[in-house]
Design a protein around this ligand. Structure first.
Ligand SMILES: Nc1nc2c(ncn2[C@@H]2O[C@H](COP(=O)(O)OP(=O)(O)OP(=O)(O)O)[C@@H](O)[C@H]2O)c(=O)[nH]1
Length: 248
């Protein structure tokens, strides 16, 4: 959708180079960077969620998502953080096994935090959560990546297939935070889900150095003059002058 593409899109499903360049720019501006991947089955409202968070607006229809990366700044506990949000293409399930392609694995590895979305109107999307969480853990062995489980489309109670309570229980078992939201009807819950994630990541990261400090460390200090060399050159200059005077 045009609106989405005009927003602060950095790259289409970033190749390692472009994502690294974007990271570099943000970090060079002295901002701490929080990278969030949004995962879930197709049609659960991932793009709608990301766009709602970034623009506060709900837009009904989107083209099928190819995976866009967006950036913006947020205030967390008085500090301005740069955040990047990676929207991912809907995940396909084949015979109950999750096919996690290379793009998706790269995206999970890249992330500092993950939002796993399901729709209360789609039981299969709920069943995917455990598998997605497992993928995240496998790709971040030895670290506990902050994960939020989001149950979306809370406004569609009349066609609900999953009791949001189940989502809450599962999130508890997996050790994740849980938010029940209606992207179409409520901005605050969406904001809170991302906010809590940013806070968790920022608490884990070391504080950033100021841009001023960075700049000074990048510019090499001039070498102190070599006194022996200066003396030698001075003597040479003097003797040349004497020679010129004698020859006159
Ligand atoms: N009623 C209602 N509809 C929603 C809500 N969130 C998203 N939708 C609709 O659900 C449909 C799918 O939303 P998308 O954001 O495109 O879903 P996605 O997960 O990005 O889909 P893929 O690109 O296929 O992965 C769209 O028609 C949205 O308008 C919600 O909270 N309530």
């Amino acid at each position: 959708m045009r609106l989405i593409q005009n927003m602060c899109t950095i790259a289409e499903y970033p190749a390692a180079g472009s994502a690294a360049a974007a990271d570099y720019c943000l970090r060079a501006a002295g901002r701490r960077l929080v990278k969030i991947a949004v995962l879930g089955a197709s049609g659960v409202g991932k793009t709608a969620l990301v766009v709602r968070f970034l623009t506060k607006r709900f837009i009904g229809d989107y083209e099928r998502n190819a995976g866009n990366l967006y950036t913006r700044q947020v205030q967390i506990e008085g500090e301005t953080l740069a955040i990047q949000v990676q929207d991912t293409p809907g995940i396909q399930v084949h015979e109950n096994s999750l096919s996690c392609n290379e793009q998706l694995s790269r995206c999970i590895r890249w992330a500092d935090a993950v939002v796993i979305v399901f729709s209360i109107t789609d039981y299969k999307s709920y069943e995917l959560i455990g598998q997605l969480h497992q993928q995240v853990q496998q790709l971040h062995l030895g670290t506990r990546l902050p994960v939020v489980v989001v149950a979306n489309k809370a406004d569609l109670l009349h066609i609900k297939q999953v009791d949001p309570q189940l989502g809450l229980q599962l999130a508890g078992v997996l050790g994740c935070s849980f938010y029940e939201v209606s992207v179409s009807e409520n901005y605050n819950d969406v904001y809170n889900a991302f906010h809590v994630l940013c806070k968790e990541v920022s608490h884990k990261q070391p504080p950033s150095s100021t841009p001023e400090k960075r700049r000074t460390s990048l510019i090499p200090r001039p070498k102190s003059p070599n006194m022996q060399d200066l003396k030698r050159r001075f003597k040479q200059a003097l003797s040349a002058k004497v020679r010129t005077v004698t020859s006159v």
